[in-house]
Write a protein that binds this ligand. Structure first.
Ligand SMILES: Nc1ncnc2c1ncn2[C@@H]1O[C@H](COP(=O)(O)OP(=O)(O)OP(=O)(O)O)[C@@H](O)[C@H]1O
Length: 622
């Protein structure tokens, strides 16, 4: 071979059989797509014809499922009243993979309103048949033509005599004779269903010929787009709600209009009337040029918007070749951001202008809103007052809490909250910040709302707020503290005496999160195999060392209530056995009241003390 031969420029060779296989198994999600591609070609052809001077504005797309076409009952027939094809155009466009009049201006018809652009759509029909026959009459007066392509990669083309093309109007007819396995996809029921699914909102009429020899039109107004809505506002609202009910299976809580003019993206988002299950991905139905692109598109909305489901049409975003997804480009990114902003704006507006209705929304989507508010100051400022928090004085909105006190006090864990909830003063309730996002949001309150201060308190600091016993009783209370501490020493718990309400609470078990972690480590170490026990023991030493420097305690405290008659009585008990047992029971009782899980040693203490009591009650002697 000489060098001239070496440098010959040659076109890629395409093996159509291989391409068809590629399309059917790797690009499209399923064979039903054949109908969408035909609808799309027909719609583009009708749109292109309407642009020509003197041509009708709209033309319909007519579908004859297998068994219904009078002159070809064995075939599926698809007809459009579009601009048709000449023999030259058919030869070039239909048989060249990757060639599209809509992209490369072959027919000077490139327009963003056309759906096709990749030049592969027609080949999708090979997913359901081995031979595609296209008969076409061009609007430009060229002789009618028949193009026939086979799945083996060959095609033939011939001009038709007027006799053969008798009754063929301007436009194009595609005939498919299904492979036996795929026949159901081209039969009446399925065809009508698919035509409706893909093409119900198309701006051209789509109709399916029924076995009873009548047309069934699949079109309906796209109520999620303002131009298609009834002009009367009330009917429009009702129609929109009905559409939402069909989409989410329930009447939506709210309907939000969405519009991103820069990318020709418009539609509505429906607020779900229930909190979606964890892990639920936000999703929406998307139409491109009013043709269905996907029913479960997650890339349109930001992650946090999982409390809505949307239905949207876009004219400006780009589909991938399969036309089942969007290209992840800047336009999509921009659109997603803008849709997110629209949802936020709606939330803020609702919060400020329709508080009663907004509360209904908050009640259902509390958790989602909190997760959004954590990353978004504007939203947080609008939403926070309406969120409900658990306080030591009961559940209330942040707004109600702030009305009582502009100084917000919270504990960081549910554990700490449970320990102290019963004894915190009602004038200064403490918020349980232990639930997801709660502490994060509470900490940011001063930046979001003026005049508000926030303080994280620890369970042990509540002890400082409890009144000391009267001075006159000091001797008795000190003795009680000493004796109780001796009993509890083995349980990693200290004892002190305070006076607090309500006086029917015998004692309060208080442990900061550091203390709780130490207790849990001890529990694991006691039941872990020896290697782990050593490791955990090491951790304990380090932590105890740190704790000596830290202000918070790693030791739990049992705070006995001097206002409680039983505790006062206990201080007078001389019988050491009775005293020990009673203190242990008070200890267990306060653990249970604080919802603390009992450790192994706690359970032993409880069983022993209870058994003693039972023995005493039934009078069994040792
Ligand atoms: N019904 C039709 N009437 C007129 N021209 C048609 C028709 N169907 C196909 N064509 C022409 O054949 C070309 C190739 O069609 P094909 O369906 O393979 O790809 P496409 O529609 O251009 O792009 P895509 O792969 O994105 O669907 C089209 O661009 C169009 O010019």
């Amino acid at each position: 071979m000489d060098s001239a031969e070496n440098s010959l420029v040659r076109p890629f060779q395409v093996e159509l059989g291989g391409v068809v296989d590629l399309l059917s198994r790797h690009i499209y999600s399923g064979a039903q797509i054949y109908l969408r591609e035909l609808l799309q070609n027909g719609r583009d052809a009708v749109a292109a014809r309407a642009k020509l001077p003197g041509q009708p504005d709209g033309g319909s797309l007519e579908i004859y499922p297998v068994g219904t076409a009078p002159d070809a009952p064995e075939a599926f027939v698809f007809r459009d009243a579009g601009l048709g094809l000449s023999a030259a155009e058919a030869g070039e466009l239909l048989a060249t993979v990757g060639k599209s009049s809509k992209r490369d201006d072959v027919l000077s018809l490139r327009d963003e309103n056309y759906l096709g652009q990749f030049g592969i759509g027609l080949l999708s029909c090979f997913m359901v048949c081995d031979r595609i026959v296209v008969r076409s009459r061009s609007v430009h007066g060229h002789p009618p033509v028949e193009w026939a392509g086979s799945a083996d990669g060959t095609f033939s083309i011939r001009e038709l005599s007027e006799d053969e093309a008798d009754g063929l109007p301007i436009g194009t007819e595609v005939r498919l004779t299904p492979r036996p396995d795929d026949a159901a996809l081209l039969a009446s029921d399925r065809v009508a269903e698919l035509a409706r699914r893909f093409g119900r909102y198309l701006p051209v009429e789509v109709r399916v010929w029924r076995a009873d020899r009548s047309w069934e039109s699949v079109n309906e107004p796209a109520l999620f787009l303002p131009p298609d809505r009834p002009s009367d506002e009330r009917s429009a609202v009702e129609a929109l709600e009905d559409l939402g009910a069909r989409l989410i299976g329930n009447r939506p809580l709210e309907t939000i209009e969405l519009s991103v003019p820069a990318t020709g993206t418009h539609g509505v988002a429906y607020v779900l009337p229930y909190a979606p299950p964890p892990g639920y991905r936000r999703s929406g139905r998307l139409y491109l040029g009013r043709m269905l692109l996907g029913e479960d598109m997650s890339e349109l909305l930001p992650d946090w918007a999982y409390f809505v489901r949307c239905i949207i049409n876009t004219d400006g975003l780009r589909p991938t070749a399969s036309r089942e997804q969007l290209v992840a480009d800047e336009a999509l990114e921009y659109t997603r951001e803008e849709l997110g902003k629209a949802l936020r704006r709606w939330i803020v507006r609702q919060a400020t202008t329709r508080p009663a209705r907004f509360q209904r929304f908050v009640a259902v989507h509390q958790l989602g809103l909190k997760s959004m508010a954590v990353h978004d100051d504007g939203l947080a400022a609008a939403v926070l007052p309406w969120l409900t928090v658990e306080t030591s004085a009961g559940r209330r909105t942040v707004r109600d809490y702030l009305e009582q006190s502009r100084h917000v006090r919270y504990v960081e864990t549910v554990d700490e909250f449970r320990q102290i909830a019963a004894v915190v003063s009602a004038d200064q309730p403490v918020i349980n910040g232990g639930y997801t996002y709660e502490s994060d949001l509470l900490r940011r309150l001063p930046h979001l709302i003026t005049d508000v201060t926030v303080e994280q308190i620890h369970a042990s600091s509540i002890l400082d707020e409890l009144g000391p016993p009267p001075l006159d009783d000091r001797d008795r209370t000190s003795a009680l503290e000493r004796r109780a501490a001796a009993v509890l020493a083995g349980l990693g718990c200290d004892a002190l005496v305070r006076s607090f309400r309500p006086d029917n609470v015998t004692a309060l078990y208080v442990a900061d999160s550091a203390a709780i972690r130490r207790i849990e480590r001890t529990e694991v170490r006691d039941s872990a195999p020896s290697v782990w026990a050593d490791v955990l023991g090491g951790v304990d030493e380090i932590m105890t060392g740190k704790a000596a420097l830290a202000p918070r305690s790693t030791t739990a405290q049992l705070c006995l209530n001097w206002l409680n008659p039983l505790i006062r009585q206990l201080s007078k008990v001389d019988d050491q056995l009775v005293f020990d047992r009673s203190i242990r029971l008070v200890y267990i009782q306060s653990l249970l009241a604080g919802h603390r899980p009992l450790s192994r040693s706690d359970r032993t203490v409880m069983t022993t003390a209870m058994s003693d009591l039972i023995q005493l009650s039934v009078g069994v002697t040792g």
